[in-house]
Design a protein around this ligand. Structure first.
Ligand code: ADP
Ligand code: MG
Length: 428
C-alpha cells in the first residue's frame, strides 16, 4: 500500500502536486471539451488547501517539442480556478528563478500552476538535475497523475526520489479499484474486451484470463477470434498475427476452464464511414466485401445476460465503432446494462436495453436461478476510448469507477509496476 496525503502532515507545507490535466481541447481553440480529469483531482487539491498547504500544480499538456504556445496550461488553470472558486497563479515556466519566487510567495491555501512540464526535454528524459530543480520548489511531492504513472519522467518519478512522496486521492482510488480486479474480485469476474486490435490488448488479456471467470470479446478484435475459429471476416480490420494471438487466448481460456464468448452476429458495412449502410449478419456468413463494425443484436443479448450474472466486471474497449451512430448500439447496450447492474437494478421494462427481452423472461434473473445480491456489481471501466464512450452516453457516474488512465490502466492491469507509483512511500 502507498501512503496518501492523509497519512502525512501537510499543514502549511509546500506541496508539488503532479496532476494529469492533459485534457481534450476543441480543435483549434483553447476550449476544454472534457474537464473530467481536472474535476477528478479536486479532492486532493481541496484537501490540501483546507489544511493550509501551499499547492504547486504540475502537468504535461500534449507532446510539445520545446515551448509551444498552443500547449500552455493557461486554459486548465482557468478552468481549475472556476472549479475551486479561487485564483490560480500561472508560472512562466516549470522551473527557474521566477517560478521559485512565485512558489516561495504562496500563502496557505494558495495555488500556483506550473507551465507545461514538457516544455523542457529533460522532463521526459527523467534528468536528475531537472528533477532536483522541480523538487526545490516544494517540501512534499504528491502524485495524483494516474494517467501519467506509467511514465518515468522527472515530474512523475524523478522528484519522488528527492522529496517525501505520497499518493493523492485519485491515484489512490485508481490503485484500489484496479487492484481489486487483480487481487480480490467479488466473483464471478467478467473481463469484457473490445476496441480496435487484439495486439494492443494481448498482455492485459493474458493477465486477466488468470483471474477471470469469463472473457467476452467484441470490437474490431472479434475478427481475430472469428478467424481463429476458421470463420471468414471479409474486409474487417485484422492484424497479420491477430488469429494467432486470438488462438493463444482461446487455448489459455480452455486450459483454465473459463468461458470465452465471441460474437455470433455482427453489424457490417462496406466501408468505415458516417454514411456507410449497416446490416446485421451471422458471423458464419460475413460477406467478403464487408467489414464487421459492431456486435449484433443476438450478441448484445447474450453478453448482457452473461454480464448480469457477474459481480465484478472489467470493461476495456468499445464493442464497435461507437463514433458513428449506426455502429454504436453494441457499446450503448453494454454501457446501459453495466450502469444498471452497478446500481443493483433490475432493468426497467421500458429501458432501451430490454428491448430484446420480449420472451417474457426477466433478464436479470439469469438462466440458472436466483438473482444475484441487490448490492450492485462492481463495474470498472478502463481505456481512453471506452471512458469517452461511457461519458458521451452519460453513464460515467453510474459506474463504480471509470479510470482516468488509458495506457496506465492497461499497464497496471497487466500486473506491471508503474514507475510513478513504485517511487511513492509505502505504508509501514
Ligand atoms: P480504449 O482506448 O478504450 O482502450 P481502443 O483504443 O482499444 O480502446 O479502441 C478504440 C477504438 O476501436 C475506437 O476508436 C473504435 O472506433 C475502434 N473499434 C471498435 N470496434 C471496431 C471495429 N469493429 N472495427 C474497427 N475499429 C473498431
Ligand atoms: Mg485507445
Amino acid at each position: 500500500m502507498k501512503k496518501t496525503v492523509s497519512d502525512i502532515d501537510v499543514s502549511g507545507a509546500r506541496c508539488l502536486v503532479r496532476v494529469d490535466f492533459n485534457v481534450p481541447f476543441e480543435p483549434g481553440t483553447t476550449t476544454i471539451s472534457d474537464d473530467s480529469r481536472i474535476r477528478a483531482a479536486l479532492p486532493t487539491i481541496n484537501y490540501l488547501r483546507e489544511r493550509g498547504a501551499r499547492v504547486i500544480l504540475a502537468t504535461h499538456v500534449g507532446r510539445p517539442k520545446g515551448i509551444d504556445d498552443a500547449l500552455r496550461v493557461a486554459p486548465m488553470a482557468a478552468r481549475l480556478s472556476e472549479l475551486i472558486e479561487s485564483p490560480v497563479t500561472v508560472a512562466p515556466d516549470s522551473i527557474g528563478d521566477e517560478t521559485q519566487q512565485l512558489a516561495a510567495a504562496l500563502g496557505p491555501g494558495d495555488v500556483l500552476f506550473l507551465e507545461n512540464t514538457r516544455f523542457h526535454p529533460e522532463e521526459e528524459k527523467n534528468d536528475p538535475d531537472h528533477s532536483a530543480a522541480l523538487a526545490s520548489l516544494a517540501d512534499i511531492f504528491v502524485n495524483d497523475a494516474f494517467g501519467s504513472a506509467h511514465r518515468a519522467h522527472a515530474s512523475t518519478e524523478g522528484v519522488a526520489h528527492i522529496l517525501p512522496a505520497v499518493a493523492g486521492f485519485l491515484l489512490d482510488k485508481e490503485i484500489r479499484m484496479l487492484g481489486s480486479i487483480l487481487e480480490s474480485p467479488r466473483r464471478p469476474l467478467a473481463t469484457l474486451m473490445g476496441g480496435a486490435k487484439v495486439g494492443d490488448k494481448m498482455a492485459v488479456m493474458e493477465r486477466l484470463i488468470e483471474t477471470s471467470d469469463m472473457l467476452l470479446v467484441g470490437g474490431g478484435m472479434a475478427a481475430a477470434f472469428l478467424e481463429a475459429r476458421g470463420l471468414r471476416t471479409g474486409k474487417s480490420l485484422l492484424e497479420d498475427d491477430g488469429p494467432l494471438l486470438a488462438a493463444r487466448i482461446e487455448s489459455a481460456a480452455k486450459a483454465r476452464g473459463i468461458q470465452l464468448l465471441i460474437p455470433t452476429d455482427v453489424v457490417v458495412a462496406s466501408e468505415l464511414s458516417a454514411e456507410a449502410e449497416a446490416s446485421v449478419v451471422s458471423t458464419d456468413a460475413i460477406p467478403a466485401d464487408k467489414m464487421l463494425l459492431d456486435i449484433g443484436p443476438a450478441t448484445r443479448d447474450a453478453y448482457t445476460r452473461a454480464l448480469r450474472l457477474c459481480q465484478t466486471i472489467l470493461w476495456n474497449g468499445p464493442m464497435g465503432v461507437f463514433e458513428f451512430q449506426q455502429f454504436a448500439a453494441g457499446t450503448r447496450a453494454i454501457g446501459e446494462t453495466l450502469a444498471q447492474h452497478a446500481h443493483g437494478n433490475s432493468p426497467a421494462p421500458h429501458s432501451a436495453t430490454t428491448r430484446h427481452s420480449g420472451e417474457g423472461r426477466n433478464p436479470s434473473r439469469g438462466p440458472t436461478g436466483p438473482q444475484p445480491p441487490r448490492a450492485g456489481a462492481t463495474v470498472i471501466v478502463g481505456g481512453g476510448s471506452t471512458a469517452e464512450a461511457v461519458d458521451s452516453l452519460g453513464l460515467a457516474d453510474a459506474m463504480t469507477h471509470v479510470s482516468t488512465g488509458g495506457g496506465a490502466a492497461l499497464e497496471f492491469l497487466e500486473g506491471r509496476a508503474l514507475p510513478g507509483i513504485a517511487a511513492l512511500q509505502n505504508t509501514t
